[in-house]
Ligand binder design. Structure first.
Ligand code: NAP
Length: 179
């Protein structure tokens, strides 16, 4: 099973402020939906509470040591490793860790791939994506996307851990097929 991180961060690797996203970029949300659709998604308890519900079309796994119950249709895991095991046992091919900061830190060493939306600017964040070692990663794909509604531009990059022979990400195959 491929373990992937999906993240949007700003120029300072900031990802969140006051428990929610510091920006609203429809094009990035749409991208997130396309990347994760039909797959298992794993998130920390704080991120789950900020979203407030299970996301449709995906299997949600909440990593928490404190929450006893999660809503119907969601799984609870006491550790990231347990969450990945749940997805693996279900036959998942690519499992997506979707944040937040604590969970990214725990997941980075397990990650084969990172889908990163690099948002231009500094957003005064209080939560951050961990630093990565550039020599451990290869850029598989990069493009600049403009959000039609806000006019904001961001760089979308797919990084893969050096030395891993991974199949092409589904979203890149889809884009290639669309010409
Ligand atoms: N920009 C982005 O792409 C993005 C994506 C997701 C989230 N965010 C933002 O990130 C912020 C939330 O991040 P956060 O770091 O505060 O919280 P978080 O990682 O979402 O959740 C932290 C909680 O998850 C549980 N947890 C995390 N790691 C664990 C581990 N290894 N084992 C067991 N439990 C673990 C713990 O829950 P218990 O306390 O219940 O034990 C912990 O308190 C929000 O602002 C959110 O909007 C941004």
């Amino acid at each position: 099973m491929i373990v992937s991180l999906v993240v949007a961060y700003d120029d300072c690797r900031g990802i969140g402020r006051g428990g929610s996203l510091p920006w609203h970029i429809s094009a990035d949300l749409a991208l997130f939906k396309r990347i994760t659709w039909g797959h298992h998604i794993v998130m920390g308890r704080q991120t789950f509470e900020s979203i407030g519900r299970a996301l449709p079309g995906r299997v949600t796994i909440v990593v928490t040591r404190s929450l006893e119950n999660v809503p119907p249709g969601c799984h609870r895991a006491a550790s990231l490793e347990d969450a990945l095991a749940i997805a693996g046992q279900a036959g998942e091919q690519e499992c997506f860790v979707i944040g937040g900061g604590q969970l990214y830190r725990a997941a980075l060493c397990h990650a084969d791939r990172i889908y990163a939306s690099e948002i231009q600017g500094e957003f005064n964040c209080d939560t951050f994506f961990p630093p990565i070692q550039p020599e451990e990663w290869d850029e598989r794909f990069a493009t600049t996307i403009t959000d039609e509604r806000s006019g904001m531009r961001f760089r979308f990059r797919v990084l893969e851990r050096r030395g891993r022979a991974l199949p092409m990400p589904d979203i890149l195959s889809e884009w290639a097929n669309q010409g």
